[in-house]
Ligand binder design. Structure first.
Ligand code: FAD
Length: 423
C-alpha cells in the first residue's frame, strides 16, 4: 500500500464501487477502496432478492449479482483494495486512519476522498418502544443478515413494525423460510416503502398491513411472547380502546435508516439536518474541498441504480480534483528551511512566476553568526543562488532573491531549501 493516493474511497457498497471504478476511468492514477467487511458489495451481499439494476442495467438482478458486476469492473480497472479494515478517523486535510487485524494501523493521504459509508438502522432505543426488554427484538436488516448470510432463523412468529422496503422484503423472506408473519404495522397513514414491494412481498403472501398503527408495548420476560398493537391519531398518539395483543416470538423493526456520518463530522463536513447527510454540490462535493460523498451516506435512496449513478458522479469529480491538484503541485516548488533557518516565506513558489520577475524569499535564522555569511538557495547539494552579507541575527529578517535567470534550473525541481552559513 502506498502512503498517498489520488483517490481514496471509504465503503464498498454500490456507491463506493461505482465511485472507485469511475475515478479510475476518469484518469486517477491510483485509487484505494477501503472496506471494513471481509467482502466488497456493502448491503447488497445480504439482499438476495431480485429488483436491482432495473433502471440503469435494464436487468432485474439479485443484490450480490448486481454488486459482482462492479466488483469485476473494479478489478479490471486496477482499483486497490484494503478489506477488513475499519476507517477510524478522517481529517479535513484528507488524512485517513484505518485499522485492520491483518495490516495493523494504516495512515493514508488522499488527494481526493469519497465518503460512501452507507447508513445504519434505527433501533428500538431511537423510537422508544415501551415495555419489557426480552430477547427477540431485531432490526430488519440484522434479521436479513441472519437468514441470508449466517443461516439462522431469528424466530417463528413475527410482527414487523414499519412498512419500509427492508421490512416488507423480510416479511416475504421469512414466510418463504416457513415462519408466520402475523402483521406489518405502520405508524404513518401511508406506506413508506415502494409500492412494488407492497404488492410482491405483502399482497402476494396475504400478509396484512395496518396503517396508523404502532407497537404500544412488548410483552415477555426472557423472550418476546406478544406485542400490544394500538391505533394512533394524526399526532402519532395511541388511541385508548384500540389496543390489541398479537402473540408472536419476534418483533422486527424496520423504522428507517440514518446516514452513517460519524467520519464525515470528523472531517469537518457540514450535515443537512433534514437528510442527516452532507450538503453536496452537483459534483457531490461537500463543503470541504476535495471531499466528496455518495449513496446512503448523503440521503436514503430507494433504488440502487440511483446510488450507483451518484457514485459515478462523485468518483468522476474526485478524480478531476486529484488530477488538477497533481498538475497544480507539479507547477509548484516547495521552499524548505535548511541549515540555521527557522522558516521561509513564501512556503511555495509557482515555477512560472520566475518568467515574470525575480522572487524574494524572507526568513529568520536560528542562531546568530557575527561574521560574513552566505545565504544559499539549494537544490539538494546544488547551489541555485547565493548572497553574501556581513552577519545574520535571529532578530533581523534575512532576504534572498531567486533571479529570473534561475528559471530553467527551477523548472526541474519540486523543492528547494535555504540555508544561512558562515562564509
Ligand atoms: C435491506 C435492503 C433491501 C434493499 N432492496 C433494494 C431493492 O430491491 N432494489 C434496489 O434497487 N435497492 C434496494 N435497496 C437500496 C440499495 O440497495 C441501497 O440504497 C444501497 O445498497 C446503498 O448503497 P451504499 O453504497 O450507499 O451503502 P452500503 O451498501 O450500505 O455500503 C456501505 C459500505 O461502507 C462500509 N463502511 C461503513 N463505515 C465504514 C468504515 N468506517 N470503514 C470502512 N468501511 C465502512 C460498510 O461496511 C458497507 O460495506 C435495499 C436496501 C436495503 C438496506
Amino acid at each position: 500500500m502506498k502512503a498517498k493516493y489520488d483517490v481514496v474511497v471509504i465503503g464498498s457498497g454500490p456507491a463506493g464501487l461505482a465511485a472507485a471504478v469511475e475515478a479510475k476511468k476518469t484518469g486517477a492514477e491510483d485509487v484505494l477502496l477501503i472496506e471494513r467487511a471481509t467482502e466488497l458489495g456493502g448491503i447488497l451481499q445480504q439482499c438476495i432478492h431480485n429488483g436491482f439494476g432495473v433502471e440503469i442495467l435494464k436487468k432485474d438482478l439479485p443484490g450480490p449479482a448486481y454488486a459482482q458486476r462492479f466488483i469485476d469492473e473494479a478489478a479490471q480497472a486496477g482499483v486497490e483494495l484494503l478489506l477488513d479494515a475499519m476507517v477510524l478517523d478522517v481529517t479535513p486535510a484528507k488524512h485517513v486512519y484505518a485499522i485492520s487485524q491483518w495490516s495493523g494501523f494504516a495512515e493514508i493521504d488522499a488527494r481526493a476522498l469519497v465518503l460512501a459509508m452507507g447508513a445504519r438502522e434505527r433501533t428500538r432505543a431511537q423510537i422508544r418502544v415501551p415495555g419489557a426488554r426480552p430477547a427477540g427484538v431485531y432490526t430488519a436488516g440484522m434479521a436479513q443478515r441472519f437468514v441470508n448470510i449466517e443461516g439462522y432463523m431469528p424466530g417463528n412468529r413475527f410482527v414487523i413494525l414499519g412498512s419500509g422496503d427492508i421490512g416488507m422484503i423480510m416479511a416475504r423472506r421469512l414466510t418463504l423460510e416457513g415462519a408466520k408473519v402475523e402483521r406489518v404495522l405502520e405508524i404513518m397513514p401511508f406506506l413508506t416503502g415502494l409500492t412494488r414491494n407492497y404488492v410482491q412481498c405483502l399482497l402476494d403472501y396475504d400478509i396484512p398491513l395496518q396503517l396508523s398503527h404502532t407497537v404500544n408495548r412488548i410483552i415477555g420476560r426472557s423472550r418476546v411472547e406478544a406485542i400490544e398493537a394500538v391505533r394512533v391519531d394524526e399526532k402519532w398518539q395511541p388511541l385508548a380502546g384500540t389496543e390489541e395483543i398479537i402473540p408472536c416470538d419476534t418483533l422486527l423493526l424496520s423504522v428507517g435508516l440514518i446516514p452513517e456520518n460519524e467520519l464525515s463530522k470528523k472531517a469537518g463536513v457540514l450535515l443537512d439536518p433534514v437528510t442527516n447527510g452532507p450538503f453536496v454540490d452537483e459534483g457531490m462535493q461537500t463543503n470541504v474541498p476535495g471531499i466528496f460523498a455518495a449513496g446512503n451516506v448523503v440521503h436514503i435512496y430507494d433504488l440502487v441504480d440511483w446510488v450507483t449513478e451518484a457514485g459515478f458522479v462523485a468518483g468522476r469529480s474526485a478524480a478531476k480534483y486529484a488530477i488538477a491538484e497533481r498538475q497544480w503541485m507539479a507547477r509548484q516548488v516547495k521552499l524548505r528551511a535548511g541549515e540555521n533557518v527557522r522558516y521561509v516565506v513564501p512556503h511555495v513558489l509557482e515555477k512560472e512566476s520566475l518568467a515574470q520577475a525575480d522572487q524574494k524569499l524572507q526568513m529568520r535564522v536560528i542562531k546568530p553568526i557575527e561574521g560574513n555569511v552566505w545565504v544559499q538557495v539549494m537544490d539538494g547539494e546544488n547551489l541555485i543562488v547565493r548572497k553574501g552579507q556581513r552577519y545574520a541575527r535571529p532578530g533581523e529578517m534575512v532576504t534572498v532573491e531567486i533571479p529570473q535567470k534561475a528559471y530553467a534550473a527551477v523548472q526541474k525541481v519540486d523543492q528547494l531549501s535555504v540555508r544561512v552559513v558562515a562564509r
